[in-house]
Design a protein. Structure first.
Length: 217
C-alpha cells in the first residue's frame, strides 16, 4: 500500500485543497472494518471495493461492490458513527481519503455537497428496492431475477442487454439469501428456459419481460 499527499487539481481535490490523501491498495487489503471508529471518507478513483457485514455467528453478507466515482464511509463521516461495513479491495484500487475533521464545513462546498446528496439518494433508493424485494418476494428465483434486472439497468436497448457479473455464485447467494448451489441451479434453469445466456462472467439477458414477470415487477 502506498500513500502520498496530492496537489490540488480540478474537482474535489481543488475543493478540499491539500486535505486529501491518495492511497493505492492491492486486492485483499481491508480499508476499514465494520465497527471501527470512522476516520473519514474515501473517494474511490479506480478499481473495485466490496462492502460486507458479518454476524456474531460468523455469517457474512455482501452489501454492494463499489465502483470508481463512489464515496465510501460518507454516511459514517457525516453522522460520526463507527463504520457500518467492512471495505475490502477486490481489484487494485486508488482512493482519495479525507479525514472526518476536514469535513466539518462540508456543506459550504457546493460541488461536493451535490455529489454526496446524489450518492445518498441512490443508496437510499437501492436499499428501499432491496428491502421491498426481500419482503415481497417469496422465492429465491424471484430475488435472483430482481438482482439480474438491477444489474442490467434500464435494458431498453437490445444490443446492450449484457450484465458484467461482478459476483461469484457464493456472493450472489449472500446477496439474495440462499446457498451457492441454489444460485448455480437457478442460473442453469434460467438458461435452459432461454431467459439468459451465460458466457464466462457475462450474462446476456434474452427475455427481459419474462424475467420481470418472475421478479414480479
Amino acid at each position: 500500500m502506498h500513500t502520498e499527499s496530492i496537489e490540488p487539481t480540478n474537482g474535489r481535490s481543488e475543493i478540499l485543497q491539500d486535505k486529501e490523501c491518495r492511497t493505492n491498495y492491492q486486492p485483499g487489503a481491508v480499508i476499514y472494518r465494520e465497527g471501527q471508529e470512522c476516520a473519514g471518507m474515501f473517494h474511490l478513483r479506480t478499481g473495485a471495493i466490496k462492502l460486507w457485514i458479518s454476524s456474531s455467528a460468523g455469517k457474512t453478507a455482501i452489501l454492494k461492490i463499489a465502483r470508481p466515482g463512489e464515496l465510501l464511509g460518507v454516511t459514517e463521516a457525516l453522522v460520526n458513527c463507527p463504520y457500518l461495513a467492512t471495505a475490502e479491495v477486490i481489484e487494485q484500487s486508488e482512493t482519495l481519503f479525507t479525514a472526518r475533521s476536514h469535513l466539518q464545513n462540508i456543506w459550504s462546498y457546493r460541488e461536493l455537497t451535490v455529489q454526496i446528496v446524489a450518492q445518498l439518494s441512490r443508496e437510499s433508493s437501492r436499499m428501499f428496492k432491496e428491502v421491498s424485494a426481500y419482503r415481497l418476494s417469496s422465492s429465491a428465483s424471484q430475488r435472483l431475477a430482481h438482482l439480474l434486472l438491477e444489474l442490467l439497468g434500464d435494458g431498453t436497448n437490445p444490443r446492450y442487454r449484457i450484465v458484467e457479473m461482478p459476483y461469484t455464485h457464493a456472493e450472489i447467494g449472500q446477496l439474495i439469501g440462499c446457498s451457492r448451489e441454489t444460485v448455480t441451479r437457478l442460473l442453469k434453469c434460467f438458461q435452459e428456459r432461454n431467459l439468459i445466456k451465460i458466457e464466462h462472467s457475462r450474462i446476456h439477458i434474452v427475455l427481459v419481460q419474462e424475467l420481470r414477470e418472475i421478479a414480479q415487477l
